[in-house]
Design a binder for this molecule. Sequence first.
Ligand code: SAH
Ligand code: SF4
Length: 391
Amino acid sequence: MTALTNLLDLDPAQLTAYCGELGEKPFRAKQLLRWIHQFGAHDFDAMTDLAKSLRDKLATRAMIAAPAVISDHTSTDGTRKWLLDVGQGNAVETVFIPEENRGTLCISTQAGCAVNCRFCSTGKQGFSRNLTVGEIIGQLWMAEFELRKSKGIEPGHKGERQITNVVMMGMGEPLLNYEPTVTALKLMLDDNAYGLSRRRVTLSTSGVVPMIDKLSQDCAVAMAVSLHASNDTLRDGLVPLNKKYPLRDLMAACKRYLEFAPRDFITFEYCMLDGVNDTDAHARELIALVQGHAGGPAVPCKFNLIPFNPFPESGLKRSNNPRIKAFAQILMDAGIVTTVRKTRGDDIDAACGQLAGEVQDRTRVQERMQKMTEYQQKFGKNFGRIIEVSQ
Ligand code: SAH
Ligand code: SF4
């Protein structure tokens, strides 16, 4: 028996081609897209405006399958996170962060990561494998329709959209899993699928320069760049990829990207590490860097300071709050919009293998620890690391 085609793996063009192979007209692809991505249908029989013969054909050849949910937790402020099984002992996390006027989903693009940044537990776990299109878009599909289900809207029915923004800030380096990431992005933007605007979809990268240029041509969404250092020597030690693509080249790539981007600034993420990259001098050096006084071009930008989420093997510490505040103030005094990401329950995350940033309910620590130990026994150390997003 041939394997079933997972329709979550197909972008609009591929779905049209697939319908062609089944002897169907192109508009069937649009209908299918809507059933799958707008109504969350996973059962072909529910697709009532498709001919019975097509539904039967699909039932024997295709499926709609997102990664299986291993666990599903909602915290007191509504933050909801799912641990997903992506096979071969790998698990990734997807996190939904509700805010007053929006709902943001943070998704993963790889199991593990090869970039190996010094402060990142995903990097420390090494690289397992790239996620497929179905596993990337499947996170959005699963989350959107699970959230609707919680509001009483069953799969296959119309419902109010819950996820208004997507950030690729989970596990993995999206630009090192380029094709599946771009296909998933295209589905997010497609009017027959999720119809999100390019401004509401953010890709976060550690700075894969040639792929930043490629993305500007293929699917220019909002861009966040993980900077973390104000000079090359420091960045070489924190983000090893910097040795290949140093700051001058990275700044130039950011500037070029802005010609195509949906926003007129790049968001620079900066992880605040005590005594490593958090002095006044570093802040001043950063200003010179982004204002074009360090060899590269000036880059219109905003800064998002991320208090470091510690984990045991890192040997690093989070900068204290007054230090973060003072650092932010120097940037703001230079006219750079700067936000500080909210943090919660850092010590607990460290204990739990760095499922960072979204724990508030300390009464459930024991339960979490127990669960994490079970997962660790079951899956080894391949967990997603997700952080709270406030973009
Ligand atoms: N690989 C991409 C996207 C995933 S990481 C990237 O590096 O941009 C998402 C963000 O989390 C990045 O800015 C990353 O630097 C940051 N991050 C990773 N580990 C962290 C930690 N322990 N504490 C705080 N931020 C961290
Ligand atoms: Fe990979 Fe991003 Fe972690 Fe660096 S910070 S190791 S690029 S996931």
